[in-house]
Design a protein around this ligand. Structure first.
Ligand code: MF3
Ligand code: CO
Length: 264
């Protein structure tokens, strides 16, 4: 999600108590997460040279329908699809359309679903056929940065520990972390407060508590961190044209440690 303006953060996000979901509520989020994971599995199968991003959207719509879920993306501020498809230097929020995947591309796919009012949200980036060594490393490092963040999601840690984990992994590899877009708490809405930046200092920010659920979503660029929005008012690309990857899971903080809810 887009980061709120600093003034808004100061005014509204300061004293937010992060909602703590019950075991029953987390079970519903797990059900939504399972639909999202199924979208991922079918989309990974569908990704190959020659396929259009519109066809990928149709694959995702089919899963949502089959599982009796609804889409949290479709109609969100007028968004026209159930997934976001963002190739190569596109970071996030690409609208599915006539773009045809070709050998050597990377494609970021962001998916969401609602079951009984509870939301799941997760993203992955995949290679199309053979990809460059740099692209492969970008995908590996971005996914690793997400898993490092998940390990930090234990009761008593803080929001800054999540961002610090992402940033450490990404920057150690020589890549950069996007700042203008961030993760978020999630529950009966896709975007709940607070924001979860992919950068930060350890031991800072709000404390994580059992029952908190967050969508953590590192967006990592090969070049600089700066972003630009295209004329369609949705597609976010790297300002320098470098490749970008995006991995996301919805994760619950529990007494037994982090639980990834967007798994099969
Ligand atoms: N999952 C995306 C995010 O957290 C939301 C996509 S909303 C859509 O930023 F409208 F672009 F689909
Ligand atoms: Co998200």
């Amino acid at each position: 999600m887009r980061r709120a303006a600093a003034s808004v953060v100061g005014m509204m996000f300061k004293d937010v108590t992060v909602a703590r979901k019950s075991a029953d509520q987390i079970a519903k989020m797990r059900a939504a997460g399972r639909v999202v994971a199924e979208m991922h599995a079918e989309l990974r199968e569908a990704i190959r040279p020659g396929v259009t991003t519109r066809q990928l959207d149709l694959v995702a719509r089919d899963v949502i329908e089959r599982r009796g879920a609804t889409s949290n993306f479709l109609g969100y501020h007028g968004y026209p699809a159930v997934i976001c498809t963002s190739p190569n230097d596109m970071i996030v929020h690409g609208i599915p359309g006539d773009y045809r995947l070709k050998e050597g591309d990377i494609i970021s796919v962001d998916c969401g679903a609602i079951i009984e009012g509870w939301h799941g949200d997760a993203a992955f980036t995949a290679g199309v056929g053979e990809i460059s060594d740099t692209a492969r490393r970008l995908l590996e490092v971005t996914e690793q940065s997400l898993y490092a963040a998940i390990e930090a999601m234990v009761d008593g840690n803080r929001i800054g520990d999540i961002g610090h984990a992402v940033q450490s992994v990404a920057e150690a590899a020589g890549f950069s972390v996007v700042r203008e877009y961030v993760g978020h708490a999630i529950g009966t809405a896709m975007h709940e407060k607070p924001e979860v930046p992919n950068y930060g200092d350890p031991g800072t920010g709000r404390r994580l508590r059992s029952g908190n659920v967050f969508a953590v979503e590192p967006m990592i660029n090969v070049g600089g961190p700066e972003t630009r929005v295209l004329d369609d008012h949705w597609s976010v690309v790297t300002a320098d044209g470098s490749l970008s990857a995006h991995f996301e899971h919805t994760i619950a903080v529990t007494d037994d440690g982090p639980e990834i809810l967007t798994l099969p």
